[in-house]
Unconditional design. Structure first.
Length: 187
C-alpha cells in the first residue's frame, strides 16, 4: 500500500442482528472490521462509512429504527459518510466515485455486511470503475440463502462463492490479518 487505500465500511448496522435475516456466519466480522478501522484511524488513512437507509418502514434498517444505527465499534472518525437505499455504495449520497477522484484515491478496501449483496455489489462496481479493490472477506458476513427449489445454502458457502466470484476479476480477496500484515510492512 504505497498510496493509502480508502477503507469502506458498508452497512455495519445493528439491524443485521435481527432474526429476520436468518442464520449467519463469521461471528468475528465486527472484531475484524474494528481491527481494520483501528489500523486506518491510527495511520490517518481515509475511512468511508456507509449506512443503508431502507425505504421499507418495516425493515430493521429503516431510518428511525434502532437497527438503522451503525455498530458502536464502527462509529468514530471518518472522512465520508454515505447513505444509500440500494446495494451499491456507489449509488449513495454523497457520491463515492466523485469523492474518491477528488481525493486522488485509486485503492479501496471493502468490508461490512452483507458479503454477497452490498459488499459484493460495491466491489464489482469499483472493479469496473477501475479501482484497485481489496475485499476483506473475514470482515464481512452474510446469511443463509434459500434456492428456488428450497435448498438452503449455508452462509459460509455463500461467502465462499462471493470470494470466488470476486478474486482476480473484480478484487483481491484477503483476510484481515493479511491486510494488516501488508500495511505494517510500510512502517
Amino acid at each position: 500500500m504505497s498510496q493509502p487505500a480508502a477503507l469502506i465500511v458498508i452497512d455495519a448496522q445493528k439491524g443485521f442482528d435481527s432474526p429476520k435475516w436468518g442464520a449467519t456466519h463469521n461471528p468475528a466480522c465486527t472484531d475484524n472490521i474494528e481491527a481494520l478501522l483501528e489500523l486506518w484511524r491510527t495511520n490517518d488513512w481515509p475511512v468511508v462509512l456507509v449506512r443503508h437507509d431502507s425505504a421499507s418502514t418495516t425493515s430493521p434498517l429503516a431510518p428511525g429504527q434502532e437497527g438503522n444505527d451503525l455498530y458502536d465499534e464502527v462509529v468514530g472518525k471518518h472522512d465520508l459518510f454515505i447513505t444509500k437505499t440500494v446495494n451499491s455504495a456507489f449509488y449513495g449520497k454523497p457520491n463515492l466515485d466523485e469523492w474518491l477522484h477528488a481525493n486522488d484515491l485509486t485503492k479501496i478496501v471493502i468490508c461490512g455486511i452483507t458479503t454477497n449483496y452490498c459488499c459484493e455489489t460495491t466491489a464489482r462496481m469499483a472493479g469496473n470503475l477501475g479501482y484497485d479493490v481489496t475485499f476483506a472477506i473475514d470482515a464481512t458476513r452474510t446469511f443463509d440463502l434459500t434456492l428456488l427449489d428450497g435448498t438452503v445454502v449455508p452462509a459460509n458457502t455463500v461467502a465462499a462463492i462471493t470470494a470466488a466470484n470476486l478474486h482476480g476479476e473484480f478484487a483481491t480477496v484477503a483476510t484481515t490479518a493479511e491486510i494488516v500484515a501488508s500495511a505494517k510492512q510500510l512502517d
